[in-house]
Design a protein around this ligand. Structure first.
Ligand SMILES: Cc1cc2nc3c(=O)[nH]c(=O)nc-3n(C[C@H](O)[C@H](O)[C@H](O)COP(=O)(O)OP(=O)(O)OC[C@H]3O[C@@H](n4cnc5c(N)ncnc54)[C@H](O)[C@@H]3O)c2cc1C
Length: 447
């Protein structure tokens, strides 16, 4: 008889574990509280504008190997826009463009060459940036950095204010969802090494070429259904039933109890805290206490539809702006996206999350008009501000000590999710890594 695996949560982590286990002969059931899958990476049709939007722009990188494996398995690998080589335009308030263009030569020479040509920085600053490259190459597993912030690490490497403001800060918000003063140098270094030093292709920017739910959720759902998986939506798990350090079932809000042989929690840390019984939280606080220690970091997305295209840049970063990135969806999506649709991103948005949507929109509009003087004659037809208050956990210095392994003190309960100890910040790739690793653990259990 097939062993039954119950997976709580249908985001990237849960879907990856489900796809892997159902294709390996397990009877998988995904239990998802919402009426749709995708977790923190989904799209929807906004009725007011009749427009398909992501809950937030997601940026992948060429080094997201596990994500590509998952997308290939479910048949969604073609739904991506992939750069030829790493190339990012940085725009300042005057609309001046500074390009980081990395030529088609082996890593890490391509990055070194890109940095040397990056005219947003003075020549001495560019040379000083090479010191960071040297540190990344020579000091590989630097756990002493676990308690340092990115700023402290960059200061030690002689990085001046200009390079911190015009480059490192923007990169920190992009990959860590936190500013350099509050983010772990250890995790940042892990990402930089993986993204920029493993291969030239690994550092390319990869973007969903379709709205997220059509990019991967629909294919994942089809794949799991075809392999005999069961997907229960609008099924909120209200608690795990645990006796003698063994899960005997999960209880849904409507009272239904679902039983399996193995259970995977693929929900965020704050959601796990709600479903762990109090006595288990107390008796295994050393393990489950992490759910009280991690803190959230917000992302705000501002979608703006103009009556015409105001830039032919596919995407760009903004220097010295509260908005870090702008994505030109009309050029990125391969179907249906209206020309003139821009998605702006404010990561690590602690300072703006309590602002009204109108104030956020006004501020974003000013940024856009400042960069593209012609934009004030373009008519804004539609806009939507989406605040994700708990977009990721905040990767503060010291956070690695808290992130839990996938094996729990409960014999048949395993954890997946971007917040578990993946060695990288909360990302799609982290979620997918955790999904695969958890599935591997279950496959090792006696059948
Ligand atoms: C706006 C935004 C922008 C982002 N940008 C990027 C980016 O550019 N690049 C990148 O790599 N990553 C990005 N991320 C992070 C990325 O989305 C996450 O790391 C990833 O989606 C997490 O997947 P997960 O499966 O671990 O968790 P989730 O996606 O949170 O999935 C957990 C699921 O569990 C369900 N659930 C929770 N509690 C229960 C319960 N009690 N019962 C049943 N179901 C439950 C939830 O509804 C959810 O569907 C971004 C995130 C946001 C919000």
């Amino acid at each position: 008889m097939k062993k039954k695996v119950i997976i709580i949560g249908g985001g990237f982590a849960g879907l990856t574990a489900a796809a892997e286990l159902c294709s390996s002969g397990y009877q998988v059931t995904i239990v998802e509280q919402r009426g749709f899958l995708g977790g923190r990476a989904y799209s929807f049709i906004d009725k007011h504008g009749n427009i398909e939007l992501d809950n937030g722009q997601h940026i992948l990188m060429g080094c997201y190997e596990n994500t590509f494996r998952f997308l290939k398995t479910i048949g969604a690998l073609d739904n991506l826009y992939i750069q030829e080589s790493l190339s990012v335009d940085f725009l300042d308030k005057n609309g001046d463009v500074y390009s980081l263009d990395c030529p088609d030569i082996p890593a890490p020479l391509h990055i070194a060459s890109g940095i040397l040509g990056f005219s947003a920085l003075s020549l001495p600053d560019r040379f000083r940036m090479l010191k960071v490259s040297k540190d990344l190459l020579l000091n590989k597993t630097d756990r002493t950095l676990e308690d340092s912030s990115i700023t402290e690490w960059l200061n030690r490497l002689g990085q001046g204010k200009e390079s911190r403001d015009n480059f490192w800060g923007i990169l920190s918000y992009a990959v860590m969802n936190e500013g350099p003063d509050s983010a772990s140098a250890y995790l940042f270094k892990n990402v930089l090494r993986k993204a920029f030093f493993s291969s030239r292709k690994g550092s390319r920017i990869v973007l969903p070429a379709l709205p997220l739910s059509r990019m991967y959720v629909d294919s994942a759902e089809d794949y799991i259904n075809k392999h005999g998986g069961i997907i229960k939506k609008t099924a909120l798990v209200s608690g795990l039933i645990i006796k003698n350090d063994n899960v005997s079932g999960i209880r849904l809000r409507d009272g239904e109890i679902i039983k399996g042989d193995f259970y995977i929690s693929a929900v965020p840390y704050f959601a796990l805290k709600r479903i762990i019984p109090e006595d288990i939280m107390i008796s295994h606080y050393e393990y489950f206490g992490v759910t009280e220690k991690l803190k959230p970091s917000p992302i705000i997305s501002i979608h703006m539809l103009f009556d015409r295209t105001i830039t032919d840049c596919i995407f760009f970063a903004l220097i010295n702006s509260p908005v870090q990135w702008v994505f030109n969806k009309g050029l990125i999506y391969r179907d249906k996206a209206p020309a003139g649709l821009l998605s702006l991103v404010i990561s690590g948005a602690h300072n703006y999350i309590s602002w009204s949507s109108k104030d956020i929109l006004d501020m974003s509009m000013k940024e856009i008009e400042g960069i593209f003087p012609g934009a004030d004659s373009a008519r804004l037809l539609y806009s939507k501000v989406i605040k994700e208050r708990a977009a990721t956990f905040s990767p503060q210095p010291g956070v690695e000590r808290f992130r839990p392994s996938r094996e729990t003190p409960i014999r048949n309960l395993f954890l997946a999710g971007d917040w578990t100890d993946t060695g990288i910040p909360a990302t799609i790739e982290g979620a997918v890594i955790s999904g695969y690793k958890t599935a591997e653990l279950i496959k090792k259990e006696p059948f």
